[in-house]
Ligand binder design. Sequence first.
Ligand code: FAD
Length: 446
Amino acid sequence: MRARDTPVPAPSALPADRSTDVLVVGAGLAGLPVALELARRGASVRVVDPAAPGSGTSRVAAGMLAPVTEAEPDDPAHLLVGRAGLDRWPAFAATLAAASGVDVPLHAAGTLALARDRDEAEALTRFSEVCGRFGLPVERLLPSAARRLEPALAPTLRGALSVPGDLAVDPRRVVAALVAGLPEHGVEVTAVAVERVLLEDVAGGGSRATGALLADAGVLRAGAVVLATGARPVGGLPDGARVPVRPVKGQLLVLRDPSGPGLVERVLRFGHGYLVPRDDGRYVLGATTEERGFDVATTAWALHELLRDGFELVPGLLDLEVEETLAGLRPTTPDALPVIGPAAGVDGLWWATGHHRNGVLLAPLTGVLLADALTGTPRTPADERVASLVDPRRFAVADPGGRPADGPHPPASPPSGEVLAAAPVAGVPAIAPAPPHPPVPEDARA
Ligand SMILES: Cc1cc2nc3c(=O)[nH]c(=O)nc-3n(C[C@H](O)[C@H](O)[C@H](O)COP(=O)(O)OP(=O)(O)OC[C@H]3O[C@@H](n4cnc5c(N)ncnc54)[C@H](O)[C@@H]3O)c2cc1C
């Protein structure tokens, strides 16, 4: 037992002012890949999160890597970003497994988009026509053909569309592999919350991020700060540097077949729902989309709706055991694209959030885009285009008051049209960022 007069160490047990090249705030599927990718490129990186890594929304995700069925196919920006995410997954899974020793199997059986009634069948027809126009590989199937592929489907099925290129992964395995791979690259994950970002004024106006003040009153200094806190805001930012991210609640169930895998092989999509098979006999049945602020309660109503819809298409679902009921908060921007890149008007401050329904899909892309920008690595034109679509500065607004929300810093927004230089990290000059808001041509192929 501790003697009564023994001093109790601060919760984080961190000496103040420990400095790294990069401080990543938030250990979810946005922050962890950024940390690993930067560390692999030689930066010294620290991750801080008061909770266990991956225990936020990333723990809830179903794990679909599905740019076609997640995006509206006539929305070229989402498709472009989503497919850039999917393209990186096979190499990312292999790199992760090699770096961590944790296998990250990709489920490659594809997706069946299903129709339960005439309206949904017509929607599938329109979806397949648009996919055809964009050159996306999908195939219309008769209900009988779909049931030959997936015999567990109900005889009442009205139509199906096969999307063979979609993948799926277990997000918790991805987190486990990321966490296992970090120490080898010298990345420490510290269990403490960031209270506010520390800024200092720079000559000629604007400010620069220099680290973070922690919830235990400690200070961490860093050459750059990456905010990957999902739907949660962080203090200390001037208005112009903030991004409009809101929580969009999603509920789902994890079901288990005690007799093992095999009830369903492919990811099934229907209406707003889906059933995602894992390799071990578990099935994720999701998900609701609710605007309820930071509420993460699971409700009887939501579980009832999900089970009713799932049962309509796969009656055998009702024989499964309920393993978990979960709710998470999708970090969502007004255009539902993420914010990955430099914050407006604050040198050395970077965003990696707003991934909405696609944080797993975009995990590898998020790491590469931010690591390229922070280390000044030249990008391909294709990556540059994706980077400009997710540039946080598309949301930059003028700060009419001339002051940040909670700090003594000058206005942070750039004059209209000005392109800000990204901050260098560890002495490496960063690339000049692309201008925000480039137009996406109508005929863009994703
Ligand atoms: C029901 C549901 C199903 C989904 N299915 C899919 C899917 O199939 N495919 C897909 O691609 N995406 C899916 N998503 C979306 C995906 O889960 C999210 O986009 C992704 O998990 C967001 O990751 P994140 O790291 O930004 O957030 P989080 O995982 O929430 O991580 C943020 C972390 O930041 C930490 N943090 C917060 N504030 C602070 C602070 N002040 N200081 C330090 N740390 C802090 C938190 O503790 C947390 O660990 C789904 C989401 C939901 C809700």
